[in-house]
Design a protein around this ligand. Structure first.
Ligand SMILES: C[S@@+](CC[C@H](N)C(=O)[O-])C[C@H]1O[C@@H](n2cnc3c(N)ncnc32)[C@H](O)[C@@H]1O
Length: 278
């Protein structure tokens, strides 16, 4: 039996994204947007593709798909994120909706994508099943998650600093492991179990370019949810020590007048089989 209270975790995440929405695009938009092209290539998004961007946030991927001529809908369960997406991209359809209960008919899209959303879900398998349901047979699904923290170093340095200088036993609604789908085998097998075919998962190199050595700490403490909540629960002294430690780690990546960190991601994709072809 799972120890996870999925409803509590789901609501904790939604509250967290409402709080983070105004900071998220500034904190992570540049790095998460770098994978839009490979993600859209993985689902063959092009002119006329009916594409659903699940957990769209401020709509970076939705906008890249619209630029290719796709007919795009972006959904997110955070009204603040949807408001931000509408302001940034007024020509695109954005609506409130839950990845775990998509408000669309079966087989209504040619492509479904989710950029850095799956790792935030209380019930990732349910979201993958929902993507499968709303895809037409032959349609394609792709998602991204961060690579493990020893590779996506911005996360690694923050987690190490919290362990060294703070407390990790913070009482939060427990969710699925943040890095579960960072294992390419796990991503591929989960897609296969959901009924997809041609499942593929690979690591894509991204870089996080920051103008301040405090950029990682600031991004994680304001533009995210789980790590932000852990940071909020620290004493002021511990928080200072964590901030200093993360800053020193970032300084090792100085490159000219910026700090450039490797932040690879896993890109997983698959196809919904046509009847009789699986
Ligand atoms: C890390 S952000 C990714 C945003 C965007 N896809 C990007 O690439 O920048 C995660 C997003 O997932 C959304 N989200 C989390 N759980 C969700 C759910 N159950 N249903 C819909 N959206 C969800 C959050 O509101 C947030 O906008």
């Amino acid at each position: 039996m799972s120890a996870i209270d999925a409803t509590a975790f789901h609501d904790f995440e939604r509250d967290g994204w409402e709080r983070a929405a105004e900071h998220y695009a500034g904190a992570f938009g540049d790095v998460t947007g770098q994978i839009a092209a490979p993600l859209l290539d993985a689902v063959r998004a092009g002119h006329g593709t009916r594409l659903l961007d699940v957990a769209t946030g401020p709509g970076v991927v939705a906008a890249a798909a619209a630029k290719r001529g796709a007919t795009v809908t972006g959904i997110d369960f955070s009204p603040a994120m949807i408001a931000a997406a509408r302001t940034r991209h007024p020509g695109i359809t954005f609506r409130d909706g839950d990845a775990e209960a998509l408000p669309f008919d079966d087989a209504s899209f040619d492509a479904v994508v989710m950029n850095f959303g799956l790792l935030h879900l209380a019930r990732p398998e349910t979201a993958i099943a929902e993507a499968y349901r709303v895809l037409r047979p032959g349609g394609r699904y792709a998602f991204t998650v961060w690579a493990p923290p020893d590779q996506a170093v911005g996360f690694g340095m923050a987690l190490k600093a919290i362990e060294a200088f703070g407390r990790t036993d913070v009482s939060l609604p427990e969710g699925p492991p943040f890095f579960r789908f960072s294992a390419v085998d796990e991503s591929q097998q989960t897609l296969n179990r959901a009924g997809f075919v041609d499942a593929d998962a690979r690591v894509v190199a991204l870089t996080w370019s920051l103008d301040s050595a405090d950029g990682v700490f600031d991004a994680l403490s304001r533009g995210g949810v789980r790590t932000a909540a852990v940071l909020r629960a620290q004493t002021p002294e511990a928080l200072d020590a964590i901030r200093t430690s993360v800053r020193r780690s970032v300084e090792r990546y100085e490159d000219g007048n910026r700090f450039v960190l490797p932040m690879p991601a896993v890109l997983a994709s698959a196809r919904k089989p046509e009847p009789g072809t699986a």
